[in-house]
Write a protein that binds this ligand. Sequence first.
Ligand code: SF4
Ligand code: SF4
Length: 304
Amino acid sequence: MSELKNRIKSLSKSLGIDMIGFAGTNRFCNAPDGRHPRDVLPGCKTVIVFGIRLLDGVTQANFRAFEDGRNDLKSIYATYGYTMVPNFEAAYACYAIARFIENNSSGIATPCSTGPMTNGFQISIRHAAVAAGLGEFGYLGIVITPEFGPRIRFGAILTTSEIEADPMYAGPRLCKPKQCGICAKVCPTGAVGMPGEKEMRRVEIDGKEYEYSAVNFPKCRKALQAMTKSLGGKEDYLTESDPGAEDILEAERRMPTDGKGLQHIPTWNCGRCQTYCPVGNWGEKFKKTGLSKGAATVFINEKL
Ligand code: SF4
Ligand code: SF4
């Protein structure tokens, strides 16, 4: 392993990063226009992706909300699991690693912005995480890792330094949607859709093919932003059961923006799919410990 790679890995440990991987830009040849690493950093040779796991004590706040009706505890997830701290932590870590590369090599390093606190994204961090060997796509459309399932946040750094790539994940399939389908069963709006009934997205990275559900984002946002009373909102800001992007924007305009803390439009009101995905020792961490009564307690769709 090159000295630079070794030192970046040591730095990542000191920053509290749980996983880190390296990918060559050849793994991004199918990226859409404008989203290839070299479209962001001309001359980019390596994409570094790291993951910071969510605390189990933060995930369990979601169980209290979904299973015990403690919606007030969703603010713990909002702060420490979703929009706030993990994204700032990832942003600071991206910056620290990029600074380290520029200060210790002749390479240029560009930290990518992270998470929903940002107003745009540069490359697809999900695809980069798979390319860097951190996990595979789960049916729910986000990356699942063997150790932490989907309960992890990622950050990425682009650099012109050429650093040896890690192998992509080649362990046993983590997600078998037809046998599992929990993310679809717990989804309150049908945004994920039942396996076999849903349009799929397909992607090829370095010769490996992946597919995941084409999640209906307007339906998902309806739940994330609690746009109806049945989803925890104060009013029915949205009446369409199958909203389009314009309907969501219109509902957002109707929603009050005061008293919501730093993030005026809340986006943390759901997360059931990520919370109940069984990958990442879910049973040991949450069922056996009594922190959750199990995904079946919140099944909405029982078609499987
Ligand atoms: S966050 Fe909620 S609404 Fe969105 S896909 Fe997951 S379970 Fe469905
Ligand atoms: S909940 Fe099940 S089907 Fe959904 S992503 Fe996780 S393992 Fe796959």
